[in-house]
Design a protein around this ligand. Structure first.
Ligand SMILES: *Cc1c(COP(=O)(O)O)cnc(C)c1O
Length: 395
């Protein structure tokens, strides 16, 4: 068997690349999967090598063959120059922001960004002398008007957390590049399979591997990929923090990577089917799913994305809090819980009004976010159908 290389894989399709990226079976006795290397100490052959710090691996925090396998695979899949790992998606966001921002800087953050990222900006970054300004995620090229001489980074996320606004990333990236500003994209929803982050203009791309990369709700992981311009700064920041994920979690993420395309395609199919079904229900005022023509960001989604995933939201027609609780509490298959991208379906009620500052969230009815899992879609519809009957009964 001749081994594939990143170069030979470049011409191959994504499913093939997901199978082979980051794997070196013949460097591990032929075993298909990269073993779990645990370790702090790495032994050097002699004093000269130790003093020079010259060896493929030098210390556990700097990387192991297990972490290198995921970093190189992810970098390849994301179309990046390099990638580093973090123990959670939020840690990956922090790492990206700390790679780009310094004391005295101004940063722009999408009002629809993952809420805990705001807590990091408003707390830690503020304390370090970085001033955060939130912007309307629909701003597009208009972002140019908000860029100041001190602006060092723009945090984007498309679609936005919970409310799923689609951002014009290429337009924002063009405005940022003209002013030397780092564009960070939280690409967790689409993953690089459905939105090639660096090709679309992101300098740093964050992924919560906790979600679709894991696919099984059994680990926490973050990844940050960088283009050529930002790779050394990202690596230096990563080395300075040594925020390393555990070896078992990295191994599970590598396993998840092999089947990610299949799971995403199924999430896309089921998510869209359920979104369309909900769109026809009289209890539902609107469905926020970017792959539906009714979504305000649909045209940009069609232009920039290669697919959609199983996470979307709905706005119910006005009903009481009790009616929503009756709907949710009686569900048999949809779990009530945070996160998404696992094999099990989830739903949460949400309300962005309390924390958004650059835009006003007033949907006119209760909002729910669904993550569609791998259950049979007809059973999921039955579960929701019964739930909507309970909702109507309470009113
Ligand atoms: C879940 C999520 C994160 C954070 O990931 P954790 O691993 O849970 O910290 C970041 N960004 C987005 C868009 C997410 O959905």
């Amino acid at each position: 068997m001749t081994k594939t290389t990143r170069e030979t894989r470049r011409k191959k399709r994504i499913r093939t690349r997901l199978v082979h990226a980051g794997r070196l079976p013949f460097e591990q006795h032929g075993f298909v999967n990269t073993p779990i290397y645990r370790g702090s100490t790495v032994l050097f052959a002699d004093t000269a090598e130790l003093v020079a710090y010259r060896a493929p691996y030098v210390y556990g925090t700097k990387g192991t063959p297990t972490t290198t396998a995921l970093e190189s695979a992810w970098s390849e899949i994301a179309g990046a120059a390099d990638a580093v790992l973090a123990p959670s998606g939020l840690a990956a966001i922090a790492l990206a922001l700390l790679t780009a921002a310094k004391a005295g800087d101004h940063i722009l953050v999408a009002d629809s960004a993952y809420r805990p990222a705001r807590v990091f900006c408003d707390g830690v970054l503020k304390r370090l002398g970085v001033d955060t300004q939130y912007y309307d995620p629909l701003i597009g090229a208009g972002i140019a008007n908000l860029i100041r001489p001190t602006t060092s980074a723009i945090l984007t996320e498309s679609p936005g957390s919970q409310s799923l606004e689609i951002q014009d990333i290429p337009a924002i990236a063009a405005a940022a590049r003209a002013r030397g500003v780092c564009v960070i994209l939280d690409n967790t929803w689409a993953t690089p399979l459905f939105f090639p982050p660096h090709e679309r203009g992101a300098d740093l791309a964050v992924e919560a591997g906790t979600k679709y990369l894991s696919g099984h709700s059994d680990l926490l992981l973050g990844l940050v990929s960088a283009n050529e311009q930002w790779r050394s700064k990202l690596r230096a920041t990563f080395d300075a923090f040594a925020m390393c994920p555990g070896a078992d979690d990295v191994f599970l993420a590598l396993r998840g990577l092999r089947t990610m395309e299949l799971r995403l395609r199924e999430a896309e199919r089921a998510g869209l089917a359920l979104a369309q079904w909900l769109e026809r229900r009289e209890e539902v005022a609107c469905v926020l799913h970017p792959a539906l023509p009714s979504h305000p960001g649909h045209d940009i989604w069609k232009r920039d994305f290669l697919g959609s995933t199983g996470l979307f939201s709905i706005i119910l027609k006005p009903v009481s809090r009790e009616a929503v609780a009756a709907f949710l509490d009686g569900l048999e298959l949809f779990g009530l819980g945070y996160s998404f991208g696992g094999f099990e379906s989830l739903v949460i009620p949400f309300d962005c009004a309390s924390y958004r500052t650059a835009t006003r969230w007033a949907p006119g009815g209760p909002a729910l976010r669904f993550s569609v899992g791998l259950e049979d879609i007809e059973d999921l519809k039955d579960d929701l159908d019964a739930g909507l009957a309970r909702l109507r009964a309470v009113g």
